[in-house]
Design a binder for this molecule. Structure first.
Ligand SMILES: [Zn+2]
Length: 213
């Protein structure tokens, strides 16, 4: 079984997980010495728990392969062209610090008969990134998944992200992490990689800059 495939949880499971996380957040706040009854904190455990279950960790409860059924995978006339989908907003949680990292994913592939609808890339990335991740693994999982679904002749996945764990913990540079996963012809043909990177560079949006943190 591939690493990105998870058991799907039932609604009952998810409700009980949400309740348990709510209690853990309460304990966490108590350990800090907080008063759970004060106005600003009264709804916090429930809010935090729901945020993790429904958004930040949603990918644990959804199997991205289930999305394949709704994919508009269209026959493609087998031309040699490249397809580039760039600037897909990507947000995930770093597993070392439980803090967000965010940026863009850029995908370039050489179809071998199948292409994906534009928005489907974003949905797959959403599921795979709504789990505790490191950027390196997330990039590889996206590549593995798209390779399986599209069976492309070549695939390049490039991610550029800012890590808030580096920003708020006093690492001095404004650090950007870039990760690249290569499959198929992009592994063997350097000129194909150069062409793909030219496409990405021509369209990619800049990440925000934070100086002097
Ligand atoms: Zn981190």
């Amino acid at each position: 079984m591939r690493e990105y495939v998870q058991e799907r949880s039932s609604k009952l499971d998810i409700d009980s997980k949400e309740k348990t996380i709510e209690k853990l957040v309460e304990d966490f706040l108590r350990i800090l010495g907080e008063d759970l009854q004060r106005e600003g904190l009264r709804e916090t455990p429930r809010r935090v728990s729901r945020m993790w279950i429904e958004e930040l960790a949603m990918g644990y409860f959804v199997d991205p392969l289930a999305y394949v059924k709704t994919f508009e995978v269209e026959e493609y006339e087998g031309r040699e062209g490249l397809v580039a989908v760039t600037n897909i907003p990507t947000k995930s949680i770093c597993e070392h610090h439980l803090l967000p990292f965010f940026g863009y994913t850029h995908i370039v592939y050489v179809p071998s008969g199948r292409v994906l609808g534009f928005s489907k890339f974003a949905r797959v990335i959403k599921v795979l990134s709504s789990r505790l991740q490191i950027q390196e693994r997330l990039t590889e999982q996206i590549a593995d998944f798209l390779e399986e679904v599209l069976n492309p002749r070549g695939l390049l996945v490039l991610q550029e992200a800012l890590h808030t764990c580096a920003l708020i913990r006093g690492v001095e540079e404004s650090m950007t992490m870039m990760t690249v996963a290569l499959r198929g012809v992009f592994r063997e043909q350097k000129e194909m990689v150069n062409l793909a990177l030219q496409l990405v560079n021509a369209s990619k949006l800049p990440l925000p800059k934070f100086e002097g943190f």
